[in-house]
Design a protein. Structure first.
Length: 292
């Protein structure tokens, strides 16, 4: 059996529509045949006809056949529109937007495929019993897709429960985060207060330290000035002392010279000198003896 590239359910629907179309096509052909038969029965009763009579009969037949065929084509078009309306209505219930490609309606390859499918389906149908089996009909609009709807509702409920669980988890996490944020904000305020106190204490300590440094600097400058004055005084005093020392040394040297001069002029000095001279002579004499 030829396949149309759709699932089994949709293929059965296509078969149902093709049977309906075949039936309508057969009715149309029977109507056309009846038009010709009526012409034969009503007008072709003589053996010979003039050209005008033949033209008149053909024009009448053309008018009747044209009207019948046009009516059937219009009816087929409207039938197809109703079929599309049913399909689109069911699709819109599921918020689907179906699209059609009109160019495929003239695709010879696809048309041949449909013709082959119809031929194989008609052949297989003729091999079956004369009674047509009950075929699934197009689901009514008010009951369409109940099974799919139930599955979708169940799936949505399951998703809803998952979302609720996730929402509760997120709320718990958000509450914990808010608590943590409050704790951090309190810690930050305490830290800022401590830092403020430390900053005030540090400013106070810096002020005291600056005052101490200023006092020490003033005292150092004063001490430096005093030290400079004392140094200058000491330098002057040192120069005076040096002069006095030189003067005393000169006086001492003069006194020693005078004392030595006076000592040399004394009798004791002369006697001691003579004794030393004699002792020296004796030592020299002893050395000469010892040398011999």
């Amino acid at each position: 059996q030829a396949e149309l590239g759709v699932n089994e359910h949709h293929q059965n629907e296509v078969v149902s529509y093709m049977r309906f179309a075949r039936f309508k096509r057969g009715m149309c052909l029977k109507t056309v045949d009846s038009c010709f038969q009526d012409l034969k029965d009503s007008r072709l009763v003589e053996d010979t006809f003039t050209v005008d009579e033949v033209i008149d009969m053909l024009d009448g037949l053309q008018s009747v056949v044209h009207s019948e065929v046009e009516s059937e084509l219009i009816n087929t078009t409207y039938t197809n529109v109703l079929l599309l309306r049913q399909l689109f209505s069911q699709a819109e219930k599921w918020y689907l937007k179906l699209q059609t490609d009109v160019s495929d309606l003239e695709n010879r390859e696809l048309l041949d495929q449909v013709a082959e499918f119809e031929k194989s389906e008609y052949t297989s149908s003729n091999k079956k019993s004369t009674a047509d089996p009950i075929k699934p009909k197009l689901t009514p609009l008010h009951e369409g897709g109940s099974e799919l709807l139930n599955k979708t509702v169940a799936h949505l409920q399951e998703e809803n429960e998952k979302l609720k669980t996730r929402l509760r988890t997120i709320e718990t996490q958000a509450t914990a985060a808010l608590d943590e944020k409050s704790k951090l904000e309190k810690s930050l305020r305490d830290l800022q207060m401590i830092q403020g106190d430390q900053k005030n204490n540090a400013n106070q300590d810096i002020t005291e330290l600056e005052n101490k440094v200023a006092a020490l600097k003033s005292q150092f400058e004063k001490t430096l000035n005093d030290s400079t004055a004392n140094q200058k005084f000491l330098e002057e005093d040192l120069m005076t002392t040096k002069h006095d020392l030189l003067k005393v040394q000169d006086q001492l040297s003069t006194a020693e010279k005078e004392l030595e001069k006076k000592f040399q002029q004394t009798a004791a000095y002369r006697n001691m000198k003579e004794i030393l001279t004699k002792k020296n002579e004796q030592i020299k004499d002893l050395r000469r003896r010892l040398s011999k």
